[in-house]
Each structure stands twice: as C-alpha cells, then as structure tokens.
Design a binder for this molecule. Structure first.
Ligand SMILES: [Zn+2]
Length: 264
C-alpha cells in the first residue's frame, strides 16, 4: 500500500505525535491521536511554504477520502489547524489522525473503545478498559489492540519523506503562485510609479505601461518569492514615458500645421 516500510512509518508516527514543549493546545486530539505534519506562516511571503502546504492538504484529504463519495473521513482524520504564534502571527498546521479509531467493545451494550484483545475461542475477543478488569480477576492474559495506520497518515508520511529529498511538492503549483505574486507586485509598483505623472491621461498612462512589458518581464525571477524592486520599475516607467513623449513631440513637429502649405 505504501512505499514506506513499517519501521519508517512507526518512526514518523512517533515524530509527529511528539508534542512541542511549552505549547498549549485547545484541541485534545492534537498530539494524542492527531500528529503535526506541516506548517505555514499564513501572512508571510514564503510562496514555497504556501504551495507545499496547500498541495499537501489536498493530497492528504484526497488519500483519506479515496474510494468514498463523502468527505466525512477526511473531516475527522485531517485538521487544517490555525494558531497564533508569537513570531509569525498566524500559523497554519496540518494534523492527521495517525491510527484508525478503536472498534467497539465486544461486550453487549458496552460502548467502550476496544483497546485490548485476547486470542482464543471466547465470545469477547476485543474489550474496553472497564472489561479488562474482569479478565484481570480471572487471571487471563491479553494484548493491546494497535489499530492500523490511517490512509491520511500514510500519505502524510510519504509527503514528509518526499520533502526531505526535494523541497518542492508540486513544481507547477509553485511556479504558478510565484508568477501570480510577481505579477501583482509589478502592477502595484507600476501604479505607484504612475502617481508621479498625474497629468498624463489614462490613455497615455496605459500606452506607456504597455511599452514597459518587455523590460518588466526581464525582472521576473530576480528576487525570491515574486518580490519586485519598486525603484527599478519606476525607472523603467520613466524611460518608457520619456520615449513616448519624445515621439509624440516629434510627431507634432512633423505634422503639417493647419493653413500652412506642405513644402514640396
Ligand atoms: Zn466494554
């Protein structure tokens, strides 16, 4: 089912269920049944962290729901948690339920979780904490039930291992996000540059901006996380504007003035 062996899965389970020190969690599933897989500082600029987070969340939810027509399982097995963090503001964290739920106790009318089991021909093979006492009285031996890993956890473990080998989960998602961010940064920088020339008409501003396209494209990829240097954008705009008005001026000079005879 998984490309990872049992030992690796056990190790990762232990890792992600280890509660960070000095932390308080409002949800008591966290670090008991659900382990922390991946975090992302929501209001930061780290596009790769965002891309990996959203990709991982989709993959894990899909793995949980695989073969079903509802999302009940992923709703229970996958938590898209959000917490306040002193350094980064809001920290989003994916938590996954590591193991399947316990089944119900075999004793009639008992709703307890079957955390123990006993091999043999008895009717009550799996039983809860309360019924365990009866077996103790009879001096019978039993074993703890260890439920299977959930599909959500196995997918999460594969993602954790993949990220150790290569930092990008989905290359095209990442570059799309980076380009979008860069594009919106460029537009913002352009609008800012245009504020210095408020007397230009809308038509002129649009024409000058479109003449900047080539030079602006060259800026893509120069800075991490789609960042743009506003001074550079401002000087590209200034040059394009100078060129535009120079051309316009020349066109005026060369145009025949009304009433004047064109010189042959
Ligand atoms: Zn019971």
């Amino acid at each position: 089912m998984s490309s990872l062996d049992r030992e690796t899965l056990e190790q990762i389970a232990q890792q992600i269920l280890t509660e960070p020190s000095n932390a308080y969690f409002f949800d008591d599933r966290l670090f008991s049944t659900h382990g922390a897989v991946l975090s992302w500082a929501e209001y930061g600029d780290d596009i790769l962290a965002e891309s990996n987070y959203r990709t991982a969340l989709d993959l894990i939810r899909a793995a949980a729901d695989d073969g079903r027509n509802d999302t009940e399982i992923s709703d229970r097995h996958v938590i898209d948690g959000s917490s306040r963090h002193w350094a980064v503001g809001s920290l989003r964290t994916i938590y996954v339920q590591v193991r399947e739920d316990y089944e119900r106790c075999d004793f009639t009318g008992c709703a307890g979780a079957a955390m123990w089991w006993r091999e043999g021909i008895e009717t009550h093979t799996q039983f809860c904490e309360d019924h365990r006492a009866e077996y103790d009285e009879d001096g019978l031996s039993y074993e703890p039930v260890i439920p299977d890993f959930t599909a959500a956890f196995i997918e999460a473990a594969e993602i954790i291992v993949a990220l150790q080998d290569y930092p990008v989960l989905d290359e095209s998602d990442y570059s799309e996000r980076e380009y979008e961010r860069w594009h919106s940064n460029v537009n913002e920088a352009l609008e800012y540059a245009q504020r210095d020339y408020e007397d230009d008409t809308e038509e002129q501003s649009a024409e000058i901006a479109s003449r900047c396209d080539g030079d602006l494209s060259d800026l893509y990829g120069q800075h991490a996380d789609g960042a743009v240097d506003w001074d550079t954008v401002a000087s590209i705009y200034r040059e394009a504007r100078d060129a535009y008005f120079t051309e316009l001026g020349n066109a005026h000079l060369n145009a025949p003035i009304a009433g004047q005879l064109a010189l042959a």
